[in-house]
Design a protein around this ligand. Structure first.
Ligand SMILES: [Zn+2]
Length: 109
């Protein structure tokens, strides 16, 4: 099972990752990129709102891509701000998770 880090760095910024039990109730979201605080909040699995590890991992990567596009100078294509393209971020999150869980072998050995 892949771990969710407590923190990591992108572009010399340290991003913290925290569980937020009331995220779904308070923000109607299962993950949130809190740019001002360099924090990713994630809704944990709870009794009333069960969530699989895969769902949470995909949400984690979705939020990571929010930060990547944010720190890429709020990257835009035409008038489209990529960090606001939720479906694109969902797909990037899913595919990043899939790459990591399906990785096999070691090319250097
Ligand atoms: Zn999002």
């Amino acid at each position: 099972m892949l771990k969710i880090p407590k923190s990591f760095k992108i572009f010399e910024q340290t991003i913290s990752v925290v569980w937020e039990e009331e995220l779904l109730n308070n923000a109607n979201a299962v993950g949130q990129a809190q740019y001002r605080y360099n924090t990713i909040a994630l809704q944990p699995s709870t009794v009333g709102k069960p969530r699989t590890h895969e769902q949470i991992m995909s949400n984690f990567w979705h939020e990571v891509f929010h930060f990547i596009f944010f720190y890429l100078g709020d990257y835009t294509i035409g008038k489209i701000k990529l960090r606001r393209e939720e479906r694109l971020l969902d797909m990037l999150g899913l595919v990043m998770h899939q790459i990591l869980v399906s990785s096999e072998g070691d090319i250097s050995s």
